[in-house]
Design a protein around this ligand. Structure first.
Ligand code: FAD
Length: 549
């Protein structure tokens, strides 16, 4: 059976009729990671997500699989050790969507780190993260740093360090997790929101009431254990459970802004100091360069974090100071996104001082909540939760489950044993595509989204191309694949979370919003009002990305 909205009735029937070992609430990286781990160990697991998979913070990050160099400054050595080591695991399991990226750390006059401290810091970072020899940090002279990135300010520059991180597409990583969990037996439903808990006389949760936003119906889901993996919404569920006491979340907002590559033509991804002591990234990628992030305490609408004028001004100031010849203004920003970090509140700490460690909180009703953490460390967070649930089921029922096996579980699309094998696949794909006139870059972008599943998309694109049945054969083939295998429902699912086009290919996307919405409307048999609502959603997201209040 395909992971498609066409099978939605089947998924919701399962949710209504079966009793699950584990029900996960929230389809971000944390929830989907838990669903996969549990499914691989043989648990009967379900997941519901109130919007689309990855709709929350997990599609709005800096899109790096990184150890968090700056956490060294805060002496969070264990965090750097654990998360840093996970980079290689995440890369191995999803080579198509996790790409090694050299990062330049410029060392400047009056910066927070001098030459010695940078060299030592990067060395410790590599050691803690267990980085292989060929990828260890390299310190650069002033001249070498200037050659690596000519836009840096010669007057301020003292030298630099080059070290390895990995670039990813966060929302695609989430969908690959969801697809893999599905292929291993998990039942996952998006557009399905937890509304309330049903408890027994002892106050223990026995089931939940959920609303399906597509069929507009509510139903009960029974499960022995329930995990609240709702990211920034974790405390709302704890409130519904009447267990919101003790530790609480402190949300902080992070904004990224996007420039056309010509406006910020960096040769090299960079991580640099800002006057207030923070550090920000500037990352060139597929014809654009994005810059971020801010880190400010957030107490407004959790469903709608937006980039404001002052967020943009902060990032513009930082970038113009580091690269003084480019003189960027707000008018140069072509897109943006804003996300919320679900951090644990600590007395007297500012937004950027709050720890990124994850925490598990178990309420008297049995609700297991998990918050904090990083995209990069999702697998370890999942392991902790599933170990806990397996142990409890073992105690109560005497059933045993296998050990965690996600360390060596390739995700869908990442079906390669070595980087060389992945490179060979890409090269074959490019040769095949070349025969029918698709360009190399287009095919490489396709590969970094769908990896080992790209050939089937290319085959369909060829079919459209040869039959002259579509003006944009590749786009249509991609849409077909997402309808059949990636559970999309709306145009926003496609343009934001499956393809990222709204951020990275904005000009072309503008012309595609209407025909794609129309095609989805036909696919789901929607009426005129529903088409209009789909268009309104994507058009408002499109406008929102460049309107700063
Ligand atoms: P989310 O992704 O928010 O998922 C929670 C989900 O729960 C949401 O999709 C929501 O719709 C759903 N939900 C809520 N309520 C309900 C309900 N009642 N019923 C059903 N579903 C519900 N980490 C890195 O490793 N690398 C980075 O580069 C990085 N950069 C970052 C930059 C920024 C600006 C931010 C904010 C974070 C960054 N992080 C990064 C951290 C990382 O993105 C987060 O830790 C991670 O995405 C959190 O995932 P999550 O699944 O816990 O939460």
């Amino acid at each position: 059976m395909d992971f498609s909205q066409h099978n939605r009735i089947h998924f919701s029937e399962k949710l209504k009729n079966e009793t699950f070992d584990l029900l996960v609430i929230g389809g971000g990286i944390t929830g989907c990671g838990i669903a996969l781990d549990a499914a691989l160990r043989g648990m009967k697991v379900a997941l519901i997500e109130k919007h689309d998979f990855g709709w929350g913070t997990s599609s709005r990050s800096t899109k790096l699989i990184h150890g968090g160099l700056r956490y060294l400054k805060q002496l969070e050595l264990k965090l750097v050790h654990d998360v840093g080591r996970e980079r290689a695991v995440v890369y191995h399991n999803a080579m198509h969507v996790v790409i090694p990226e050299k990062m330049l750390l410029p060392i400047v006059h009056n910066g927070s780190l001098g030459k010695q401290t940078s060299s030592f810091g990067l060395w410790i970072y590599d050691m803690l993260a267990g980085v292989k020899n060929s990828e260890r940090r390299k310190m650069l002279s002033k001249h070498e740093t200037q050659m690596a990135e000519p836009l840096l300010d010669e007057k301020k520059l003292l030298g630099g360090g080059l070290y390895y991180e990995y670039r990813t597409d966060d929302a695609r990583l989430v969908i690959e997790l969801a697809k893999t969990a599905f292929r291993h037996g998990a039942t996952l439903l998006n557009y399905c929101e937890l509304k309330s808990f049903n408890k027994n006389e002892q106050g223990k949760i026995e089931s939940v009431v959920a609303t399906d936003h597509i069929s507009k119906s509510s139903f009960e889901i029974k499960a022995k254990y329930i995990v609240n993996a709702c990211g920034p919404w974790v405390d709302l569920l704890r409130k519904e459970d009447e267990s919101l006491k003790g530790k609480r979340l402190q949300l902080t907002k992070g904004v990224h802004i996007v420039f056309p590559f010509e406006k910020l033509p960096l040769q090299q991804a960079a991580y640099f100091d800002v006057a207030d002591g923070r550090m920000i990234f500037a990352i060139p990628r597929n014809g654009i360069t994005y810059v971020g992030t801010t880190d400010t305490v957030y107490n407004q609408d959790i469903d709608k974090p937006i980039a404001t004028k002052s967020d943009v001004a902060y990032l513009l100031k930082a970038i113009n100071e580091m690269f003084p010849t480019i003189k960027l203004t707000q008018a140069d920003v072509v897109s943006s996104w804003a996300g919320l970090r679900p951090l644990i509140y600590e007395d007297g700490k500012s937004a950027s001082e709050l720890s990124r460690k994850d925490e598990i909180i178990i309420s008297n009703s049995g609700l297991i909540s998990i918050a904090g953490g990083k995209l990069t460390g999702y697998r370890l967070m999942a392991k902790k939760i599933v170990d806990l649930v397996a142990k409890n089921i073992g105690k109560v029922e005497g059933r045993t489950f296998g050990n965690c096996s996600t360390k060596r579980q390739c995700l869908t699309g990442g079906n390669f044993s070595t980087p060389e094998e992945a490179a060979r696949y890409l090269s074959e794909l490019q040769n095949e595509a070349n025969e029918v006139g698709f360009n190399k870059d287009e095919v490489e972008t396709l590969f970094h989204k769908y990896g080992s599943e790209s050939k089937q998309i290319l085959l369909k694109a060829k079919f459209y191309f040869e039959g002259k049945t579509a003006t944009a054969p590749m786009l249509l083939a991609e849409l077909d694949y997402c309808i059949q295998n990636e559970n999309i429902f709306t145009a926003a699912d496609f343009f934001i979370r499956r393809t990222g086009s709204i951020f990275f290919n904005r000009v072309q996307t503008h012309f595609e919003l209407e025909p794609i919405s129309q095609k989805l409307t036909n696919e789901w048999n929607l009426n005129e009002a529903e088409l209009q609502s789909m268009l309104n959603e994507i058009e408002s997201e499109y406008a929102q990305a460049v309107s700063f209040n």
